[in-house]
Design a protein around this ligand. Structure first.
Ligand code: S3P
Length: 207
């Protein structure tokens, strides 16, 4: 990997933590088939989504990771070799196919809700709750930069130009809020605390 790639803010790999499995609440406690996490880069969609999936005993799916598996190229490779528009096309097709599954927790990429078709699909998929993990831009950037020192993480092409990234952040917030049934302000929460807040919310909705 080149130095330039190592210096670029990155994202965590999807993880499964077997130690959390024992604390799983039965999946049938949640009157939903799918839980979808949205939010900007660095909001914790992948990490929190993995924790929640472990606790519910559901399958965790990371949209970026699924695109990479299906097309045998990393997200940065797709951006560099085929452009963002092509990535968005693959992203929409992959999202549509993943939403057919039940008992899944799905972490979207930060840009997926920019596409109208993706927003409509999420809104129209039954028994599906979207949770928006929010935080200020500076906090998100700090988190992305912290992840950047993890060589196992994947680089984020849309953080290469920070002015453009901040513009996207402001544009996307409305989309995140509109598609989400619940918003959690993660600014002062750890990943575990965020996961606790999500489960609390689901339990409250369930009652
Ligand atoms: C992107 C976010 C990334 C990934 C791609 C583009 C974006 O996902 O889909 O690099 O435009 O915000 P994460 O939000 O999981 O980092």
């Amino acid at each position: 990997m080149s130095t330039a790639t190592l210096d670029m803010p990155t994202k965590p790999k999807p993880r499964t933590d077997p130690t959390l499995a024992g604390r799983a609440a039965p999946a049938e406690r949640v009157a939903l088939d799918r839980l979808v996490f949205t939010g900007f880069m660095g909001s914790g969609k992948t990490s929190v989504g993995s924790i929640i999936a472990d606790r519910l005993g559901w399958r965790f799916l990371d949209l970026d990771h699924e695109i990479e598996l299906r097309h045998n190229r990393t997200v940065p490779q797709i951006f560099a070799e085929s452009g963002e528009a092509h990535f968005r096309h693959l992203e929409s097709a992959t999202l549509a196919s993943l939403l057919g599954q039940r008992h899944v927790v799905l972490a979207l990429g930060g840009g997926a809700p920019e596409e109208l078709g993706n927003r409509l699909l999420l809104e129209q998929t039954p028994h599906t709750a979207v949770v928006y993990l929010s935080a200020p831009f500076a906090t998100l950037l700090d988190r992305c930069n912290e992840q950047a020192i993890d060589p196992a993480a994947t680089a984020r092409p849309n953080l290469a130009d920070l002015t453009a990234a901040e513009r996207r952040f402001h544009l996307r917030r409305t989309h995140y809020e509109r598609i989400a049934a619940h918003t959690i302000d993660t600014s002062s929460l750890s990943l575990e605390e965020t996961a606790d807040a999500v489960l609390e919310l689901l339990r409250a909705v369930d009652q």
